[in-house]
Design a protein around this ligand. Structure first.
Ligand SMILES: Nc1ncnc2c1ncn2[C@@H]1O[C@H](COP(=O)(O)OP(=O)(O)OP(=O)(O)O)[C@@H](O)[C@H]1O
Ligand SMILES: [Mg+2]
Length: 262
């Protein structure tokens, strides 16, 4: 079964996960926002078996502390929440504590955290998040997400399959074709992250691309640069090439629809 959008989203998720293999950049985050039953969770769970990735249906701060510890040791790069609304449905103090911690982990990294009498030092442990949420849950919880600053810390992409695409999925289910759900691999767990060079001229191209999509959103510019480096590392290159920037630019239509709060 081929649904072009499904294939492209799979490729984009792969790119986001590969930011985990690049030294000196943030592990990027991506949240799919779409109606129930459009395969959001199914798509994200394709990466569930990777050791550098951990899938949580629900979570608390305690789980995230252990993720930060593993990120610090190079054992974990991303956390997947196939049902992100579950976190938001928790008692607000508990949910906000976990989400606040997650926001820090997604961006600048987690530093000292005091829990009761103990202070944990995570030395800027940083990891990315992949998640899925329905538009209803998003509008219900949007205010909280905005307060915590989660929208600009990842790519929040709307995803809605049209009837032609849903018909193709329906045919695949009828035919027992599971090819769209086969597990995917990212194999950089435990390996040292590699530096990837981005030349001045290609950095300028990335800047132009970023400005054309979200003017003066410097965080987005960094996110794009990280994705370009991930594209290079995916092919074992230590330097970003023009084709990496073109590849990242090929997702511009998705990026343009991303929710940004600045
Ligand atoms: N491309 C596909 N091929 C085969 N089955 C699919 C495909 N996409 C989705 N499915 C199946 O359709 C069902 C619905 O998908 P899924 O549970 O991922 O939806 P969702 O968008 O996460 O919905 P919700 O918002 O309710 O959680 C699942 O059983 C999934 O395995
Ligand atoms: Mg789901």
């Amino acid at each position: 079964m081929t649904v072009a959008r499904w294939e492209r989203l799979t490729a984009l998720v792969e790119l986001v996960l590969n930011t985990g293999a690049v030294a000196g950049v943030r592990r990027e985050s991506l949240i799919l926002c779409g109606p129930p039953g459009h395969g959001k969770s199914a798509l994200l769970e394709r990466w569930g078996a990777n050791v550098a990735v951990r899938v949580y249906t629900d979570t608390t701060l305690t789980d995230l502390l252990s993720c930060a510890r593993d990120a610090q040791n190079g054992q974990l790069t991303h956390v997947i929440f196939p049902e992100l609304q579950k976190l938001l449905m928790r008692r607000s103090a508990v949910g906000d504590q976990a989400l606040g911690f997650l926001a820090a982990a997604m961006e600048e990294g987690v530093k000292r955290v005091s829990l009761g009498p103990i202070t944990h030092d995570f030395r800027s442990a940083q990891f990315g998040a992949l998640g899925a949420i329905t538009p209803d849950a998003l509008s219900f919880f949007g205010q909280r997400l905005r307060h915590i600053g989660l929208f600009s810390r990842g790519l929040w992409l709307p995803w809605e399959m049209d009837t032609g695409e849903l018909a193709a999925v329906s045919d695949a289910i009828r035919d027992g074709d599971q090819s769209a759900l086969t597990p995917c691999e990212v194999n950089h767990a435990g390996r040292p992250r590699v530096p990837v060079r981005l030349s001045r001229s290609l950095a300028a191209t990335v800047q132009k691309l970023s400005q054309a999509i979200f003017p003066f959103d410097v965080r987005f510019q960094k996110q794009l640069a990280g994705l370009c480096m991930a594209s290079a590392v995916r092919e074992d290159r230590g330097e970003v090439a023009a084709l990496d920037v073109e590849y990242v630019a090929s997702f511009a239509d998705f990026f343009r629809q991303a929710r940004r709060d600045r």
